[in-house]
Design a protein around this ligand. Structure first.
Ligand code: ZN
Length: 167
């Protein structure tokens, strides 16, 4: 397992508000990526939402606009409490068309609605992610390259993982 957690991460821009670690909750998520291999961007697995670089993702809802998350709705940025959740397993083991997925922790802050499995939050930013090579013959070098670029672009620690780490 190659580690790319870095001492030489670029500094965050001055106008980026780092979430308050005391108030922020940390959850787990899965992403796809777009922009391979040179300009990778995290994309929601179920909704085609691009996660911005060095800026908070802000929840939006068709019905509730920027007041998401709303209790009676399903809106908000979803994250799970536990990476062993069934959802992770089915995503990592039942999606043969995705050679790679990204799994990692996210900071959630602002309004957050907690449920048994996780949260729906108003704001989120990745905390640390792993590029998971799903195909047993998958190209680890590509994964390392994308992990390195994600680290630089989002200013977060990243690494490469094999999916059996998530069994
Ligand atoms: Zn809503």
């Amino acid at each position: 397992m190659e580690s790319h957690a870095g001492a030489d991460l670029p500094p965050l821009p001055d106008d980026f508000t780092v979430p308050d670690y005391i108030e922020a909750v940390v959850g787990w998520r899965i992403w796809r990526t777009t922009g391979w291999p040179s300009e990778p961007i995290l994309v929601g697995l179920f909704k085609n939402v691009l996660w911005p670089l060095r800026a908070a993702l802000i929840a939006e809802c068709d019905k509730h606009g920027d007041s998401a998350p709303v209790f009676e709705c399903t809106c908000g940025i979803h994250a799970l409490k536990w990476w062993r959740a069934t959802e992770f397993r089915s995503a990592l083991f039942n999606r043969p068309r995705d050679p790679y997925l990204v799994v990692g922790e996210v900071f959630l802050w602002g309004e957050a609605i907690e449920h048994d499995l996780g949260w729906r939050a108003a704001n989120a930013y990745p905390k640390a992610v792993a590029v998971v090579v799903l195909d047993p013959l998958g190209n680890v070098r590509d994964a390392i390259s994308v992990a390195t670029r994600l680290s630089a672009r989002y200013a977060i620690p990243t690494r490469v993982a094999r999916r059996w780490e998530f069994l």
